[in-house]
Design a protein around this ligand. Structure first.
Ligand SMILES: NC(=O)c1ccc[n+]([C@@H]2O[C@H](COP(=O)([O-])OP(=O)(O)OC[C@H]3O[C@@H](n4cnc5c(N)ncnc54)[C@H](OP(=O)(O)O)[C@@H]3O)[C@@H](O)[C@H]2O)c1
Length: 232
């Protein structure tokens, strides 16, 4: 695949993790645009300095041109995203429920289901895939490495649509990680805060061991449920 035919990436969010994802995508040859909730003009200098090669755009504009849209915004800002604009899009949900910054989220985030399931519920006409959420932004670039590297690390990928999971897995591989499908979006709870791989940057075999251990999986589900119960 030539760079001209690689999927165009729109990253919504230019805080900590958005620029890191954008830089990795650019380094892999993808065309990348980046947006905040504000005016793209305000993002121009930051983009030039920190994400050279990316195009600052208004969110709606970035989404319209993208093949893959990455949600890299705080979860408590998600309700402001225009669900209609994402209709028919492939969406990577890199968000987490992080009470320290998100506070106590109002419904629907008090359901005892995974955050990406709630995101997908609102983005009914999009294909939502959960990944890129469980590794810190500083580690994301530090550990990225080419396919076949001895020390290559893994990122979990969860989604309900096999084609979407496959496309996102290819993207994850290109930006420097072994993509490990963990199942449907509901299984993506193992990638959430409190889960066995959250904050860990593991090699594929260690990652698979961690997510497939029934004990650790059950614990991740319990923590996710407790989080939502607390936010009710
Ligand atoms: N930090 C990490 O290491 C890390 C790693 C993996 C995943 N995550 C997850 O990724 C999400 C973002 O984390 P972060 O640490 O990068 O947050 P952050 O530093 O607070 O940055 C958030 C960014 O989102 C933008 N934003 C907010 N609402 C928006 C909207 N409606 N449209 C477009 N952009 C919007 C903000 O810009 P304006 O306010 O100017 O619009 C800001 O640029 C969180 O859910 C977090 O849990 C974080």
């Amino acid at each position: 695949m030539t760079n001209a035919t690689l999927p165009r990436i729109a990253v919504l969010g230019a805080g900590h993790v958005g620029p890191a994802i954008a830089r990795l995508a650019l380094a892999a040859g993808h065309p990348v645009s980046i947006a905040t909730s504000g005016n793209p003009g305000d993002l121009a200098l930051v983009t030039q300095l920190l994400i050279p090669g990316a195009e600052p755009r208004r969110g709606s504009d970035a989404i319209a041109r993208a093949d893959i849209v990455v949600l890299a915004i705080p979860l408590h800002r998600f309700q402001a995203i225009d669900a209609d604009a994402l209709s028919g899009k492939l969406v990577i949900d890199a968000m987490n429920y992080w009470p320290a910054t998100d506070g106590r989220l109002p419904p629907p985030f008090d359901y005892d289901i995974g955050t990406s399931e709630v995101v997908a519920e609102r983005l009914r006409d999009a294909d939502v895939v959960k990944t890129l959420n469980h590794v810190g932004y500083h580690d994301l670039e530090r550990y990225a490495s080419p396919p076949g590297s001895l020390d290559r690390r893994a990122l979990g990928v969860a989604g309900d649509a096999p084609d979407a999971v496959a496309t996102v897995s290819t993207f994850i591989d290109r930006i420097g990680y072994d993509a490990v499908p963990v199942g449907a979006l509901s299984a993506g709870r193992v990638l959430q805060p409190g889960g066995p791989v959250f904050g860990a940057v593991l090699r594929r075999a260690d990652f698979q061991r961690a997510v497939h251990s029934p004990v650790e999986q059950q614990q991740a589900f319990r923590v996710a449920e407790q989080n939502y119960a607390r936010s009710a």
